[in-house]
Design a binder for this molecule. Sequence first.
Ligand code: NAD
Length: 369
Amino acid sequence: MKKKFRVFATCDIGEAIDLLRNRGYEVEVYPQPEAPPKSLIVEKVKSGIDGLITTLRDQIDAEVFRAGKSHLKVVAQIAVGFDNINRADANRYKIPFTHTADVLTEATAEFAFFMLGSLARRMWPAEHLTRENQWGYWHPYLPFLGDEVTGKIVAVIGTGRIGLAFIKKCVGFDLNILCYDPAYENHDYVKTIQEIANLRHARGLSRERAWIKYVSFEEALRHADFVSVHVPLLRAGESKTPTYHLFNEQTLRLMKPTAMLVNTSRGPVVDETALARALRENWIAGAALDVYATEPLPTDSPLRDPAIADRCRLMPHFASAARITRLSTDPNKGMAGRCVQGLIDVLEENYGGDIMKMPYVVNKEAFGK
Ligand code: NAD
């Protein structure tokens, strides 16, 4: 008789849960919208489940893996980032974990671009002006102006999946692009983007010929009008080029006083105290953030300082929050579909049971020969 798999999901991920139930899985879903306490996750894992579905809100470390060491076969995370999962601990207990890369790439990249546009053109203060009946007249420059995006210089920090997709969005606005990535430079991609920029110029679609190139981190920060961050959160010891507090007092001071920072990667990549100071003291002109060191954003966060509200946009970790991107049960379209497919691959031993061949497993290094 086929084994009935037991799964605990720390969050409701929509119809994808039915997909598992229709295959005969016994699935328990934590019913509250907020994350369950860690003790509950440990208790559920101890109870003998085969699979655990997690979100970035859950701390999955040695305590959880130890609780599942004899029976937990897979942790399936509904996110591309997995900094909440301790990879070394997963490897120690030889438990594979999966993520949902790719299906959220375009949604996240376009949201970062929209944040940039909304920040530069001051859409939030402009709408407030209208709503609060402060719009008393049309005037050439009062009460304030925004900055045009078209033709400016944008620095893309991290040219992985989302960074490259973000570059694509920039082409339509004839932005000049400075790329920085210490581990992965995609020169073919850059060449293609340059060819498109050349064609736009040659056919009269752009006034100036836009350009794109890889540069050092310092050069990117010194010259950019906008900086968009697309790196994973890597703490000291996890990488030769960690990203924890990559944006700090020293690096923020490298940026132009007219420049703006957009962060859709992970909160701890930016030192929030330094950023609040940078905005207050006008080292830079603006910031738009989707992610924070502590989420939801605490009431006493320095980023909530009313003195910087006009130049600091704060989003609720929302960049991948598009309907199909989040919930489609199709593993080629939705995070939910890809999350359960990753889980099914491991539990049902797809790919001949060879974890090395399973596309959504992250920590393959623990399973090589
Ligand atoms: P990816 O792994 O494809 O790309 C990340 C790139 O960053 C890699 O090319 C890597 O070499 C580069 N990198 C590593 N260290 C760096 C450093 N010190 N400086 C510059 N670049 C560095 O990942 P991705 O799919 O593009 O996703 C990037 C991150 O975005 C995820 O890890 C996740 O944390 C975040 N994310 C956030 C949301 C959201 O809703 N806000 C949605 C999706 C992803």
